[in-house]
Design a protein. Structure first.
Length: 346
């Protein structure tokens, strides 16, 4: 018969006892931690009460000293006089609060009086809808109206009359702009909104002109891809330069291939002159228009890399003067590694 087994769940009774003791120690440590912090908080409260007690004793000592001094001077009822001094101190605090409140009310009355004066000045000049509009603008909260129409730098010194005059000036400017441009109020507001958008774009570091060009190119690229889809083709990168109306690529260069070198010339339309001059390395590329293939690859690579960054391709018009078909294909592929081509047939 086998002996007794003193193990539970593969643990001996000794190991279980040690684990239980460890857990109890952790619980005890947690309780000690809580009691320590609680004791510290109580000590802080006791210290605060002691400080109050010290202050109260100091005040009592000062009061007794004052009472003794007043008694020595022959003052009757010193306790009553001390009570009156305390009441007077409280009254001074309340007086200061009332002064602040009175100043605020006085400012409000001044603002209302100025608004009333402004209304009286224009009462005989405005009738009908203009008078109603003026009254509505005046009844508005002065502070809100001031924030809408007054320069923030001058807001602190602005008076109600200045606000009313500013509203009238803005209305006059609006009427003048509508008459000058021959637009309705809605159209004018839309134009102002576009202008604000352009200003915000400039402040955020975006050039509105560049943004407009990019938008134009994107419209052309969409039209180009739509044309390819309509023809059952797709998958190619769009042209970097494309006519936004027709969707046809606009050429970058006209390249003529010969056996050992190539010649090229600008093929971009006049509308792309500024864009072409902004291309990286364009000055170096166009400085020599007859190059070996290796030299052309090196000089034109920055332009090709720019197209790759923009996920588009620049197009060249390609004409080969090489008679040998194998050599012609090899030279043509050299150019195609950089640009898409539109080949001119011989």
């Amino acid at each position: 018969m086998s002996g007794k087994n003193d193990q539970v769940f593969q643990l001996s009774l000794t190991e279980i006892f040690i684990i239980v003791c460890f857990i109890l120690l952790l619980l005890m440590g947690y309780q000690i931690f809580k009691l320590t912090h609680k004791n510290q908080a109580l000590n802080e409260k006791v210290a605060a009460f002691q400080d109050l007690d010290i202050r109260e004793k100091a005040i009592s000592t000062a009061a007794e000293a004052l009472k003794a001094r007043m008694t020595a001077l022959g003052v009757r009822k010193p306790d009553e006089i001390i009570s009156k001094l305390i009441d007077a101190s409280k009254a001074n605090v309340e007086l200061d609060r009332l002064k602040v409140l009175l100043t605020q009310k006085d400012q409000e009355l001044t603002a209302l009086a100025t608004i009333e004066k402004a209304l009286m000045e224009v009462a005989g000049q405005k009738k009908g809808d203009d008078a109603k509009q003026l009254i509505l603008e005046t009844i508005m909260s002065f502070e809100q109206l001031k924030k809408l129409v007054v320069d923030p730098d001058d807001a602190s010194d602005a008076q109600p009359t200045d606000v009313v005059k500013r509203v009238a000036a803005l209305k006059a400017q609006e009427d003048m702009l509508e008459a000058a441009f021959g637009t309705t109020n809605d159209q004018l507001q839309q134009t102002i909104k576009h202008a604000v958008t352009l200003v915000q774009a400039e402040k955020s570091g975006v050039n509105p002109v560049e943004l407009q060009k990019a938008n134009k190119d994107l419209r052309g690229q969409v039209q180009f891809l739509q044309n390819r889809l309509n023809k059952g083709r797709g998958g190619d990168l769009p042209p970097c330069w494309v006519n936004e109306v027709t969707g046809k690529p606009e050429m970058f260069l006209t390249v003529k291939l010969s056996e050992n070198n190539l010649t090229f010339e600008p093929a971009w339309p006049s509308a792309r002159q500024e864009d072409a001059m902004a291309l990286p390395g364009i000055g170096e590329l166009m400085s020599t228009t007859t190059r070996t293939y290796e030299s052309f690859i090196q000089a034109a690579k920055p332009v090709s890399d720019l197209g790759s960054q923009k996920e588009c391709k620049y197009y060249v018009r390609l004409a080969s003067q090489i008679q040998d078909a194998v050599t012609s294909d090899r030279r043509r592929l050299t150019v195609e590694n950089l640009f898409y081509k539109v080949e001119v047939r011989r």
